[in-house]
Ligand binder design. Sequence first.
Ligand code: ZN
Length: 219
Amino acid sequence: MQECGRCHVKIRGNKRCCPLCGGPLSGEPENPAFPALPKRKFSRLSAVKLAAFLLIVFLISDGAMIYIMGGVPSWIPLSVLSAVVGFIDICVTMYYRNNALKTMQVQVIIGIFLSLVIDAVTGWHKWSIHWVMPVAFVGVMVATILIGMGLKMALQEFVLYLLMDTVLSLLQWIFLLKHMNCFQIPAVISSSACILMFLGILIFRWRDFTSASSRYFNI
Ligand SMILES: [Zn+2]
């Protein structure tokens, strides 16, 4: 332990001079009282920078490919779209990475949107509305409940995600009512299951829901 010759205070850690009077210290320095936390080597900014660089590399090589081949190959638009969505996805994940639920919600919505676009671009075989949307909406509802309970969150912290997922799952009825979905069973089961899960939570945990709504919407 170090000691100041003027103030006669004992000083922990390793100081060059007395923190009170600035005078010289005698005695042996110790290891610092508070350990220095190791700095995170790979920050979220460097992740986004890396993703942006890869996106630029990808777009430039696509451009070079178009020039070399003298035309636009059919897979180029899809690959550019995937790269841009992938980039947005990485940014969102980095931005919300301390919030597992928000990250998952955004990922699922991006995934559903991407599957719709890919399906539409590749001949509209409707696998996106027949299978991807129904499974994704039920999956994200169940996962939200499991994550919320697993992280021991109060229901009011995640009930609005469940509301949003339920409302989004009802979008499947646009395809059903417009007769764009000829294979209706999964979509009907999916939106019904989402409504049931949400209503179940609403009925059994009404108080949590009202306190969350008043916090978010001031009602
Ligand atoms: Zn001193």
